[in-house]
Ligand binder design. Structure first.
Ligand code: KIV
Ligand code: NA
Length: 265
């Protein structure tokens, strides 16, 4: 089995095929999704909230992303692995972006990187692509800018919609092979999807994008507390794991685990 490539992903849009993407932050979870046939996995900096215990993605470091990305690459055989460039690892300019992306490609073995920003990041995207590193762009709500924009729907109103379209065209012109649209009105995401020749990957962007991505801990019901409206929970892992932990604790306290069958002599 060979890994899915960026070219396979581009060809899917030409054939009108939709595809799923999930985040992954560790080898074991990634191997489950790989065996389930998920073609693209994102080692998202959502690891900050969902894996490392930070409140936002802002504190996540390139060292952390490199370690997590390497684990996901080791845990998979078939999926295309995209590594997220964390806040502060590409904003200084194209050369910094190339240095950071090169680490993810060489040390972790990812096949592509993702970074946030449309027009504002087009120079970074262009240099990475010219250097042979495929780039997935990310526009609309960009969580690394939470301190400036909050977590609000983006692209509402004529001016904001026009800006989103400019951002989408800018990342396509710069050479991005795909673009994430986060928390934008479904109608606008549909228009962007029709306008671009590269695939759009929606999260909270309605049903018309070429692909859909969810954060795996949200999708499987492991995340505690409130999850966003755009999440669909396909399982309740938080309950499953909590119940199992309680049952184990009861067995130990009650002396019913281990039994003979779990013992060696
Ligand atoms: O970090 C992440 O999980 C992401 C996706 C939500 C697109 O950027
Ligand atoms: Na991210």
């Amino acid at each position: 089995t060979r890994r899915i490539t960026v070219r396979d992903i581009t060809a899917a849009k030409e054939r009108g095929e939709k595809w799923p993407m999930l985040t992954a932050y560790d080898a074991m979870t990634a191997s489950v999704f790989d065996e389930a046939g998920i073609p693209v996995m994102l080692v998202g900096d959502s690891a900050g909230n969902c894996h490392l215990g930070y409140d936002t993605t802002v504190p996540v470091t390139l060292d952390e992303m490199t370690m997590l990305s390497a684990a996901v690459v080791r845990g998979t055989k078939r999926a295309l692995i995209v590594g997220d460039l964390p806040f502060g690892s590409y904003q200084e300019g194209p050369v910094q972006a190339l240095r950071s992306a090169t680490r993810l490609v060489k040390e972790a073995g990812v096949q592509a990187v993702k970074l946030e920003g449309g027009e504002r990041s087009h120079e970074q995207i262009r240099l990475l692509v010219e250097s042979g590193i495929p780039v997935m762009a990310h526009i609309g709500l960009t969580p690394q800018s939470v301190n400036a924009m909050g977590y609000r729907v983006q692209g509402r109103g004529e001016e904001a919609a026009a800006q989103l379209l400019r951002d989408a065209k800018a990342v396509q012109d710069a050479g991005a092979f795909a673009v994430v649209l986060e928390l934008v009105p479904a109608e606008l995401a549909a228009e962007v999807t029709r306008t671009l020749h590269i695939p759009t990957v929606g999260i909270g962007a309605g049903p018309e994008t070429d692909a859909q991505v969810l954060v795996w801990t949200d999708m499987l019901g492991l995340t505690g507390g409130r999850v966003p409206k755009f999440v669909k929970q396909y399982a309740n892992l938080r309950e499953v794991m909590g119940d199992a932990a309680k049952a184990f604790a009861e067995d130990v306290v009650g002396g019913t685990f281990p039994q003979e069958e779990h013992s060696v002599h």
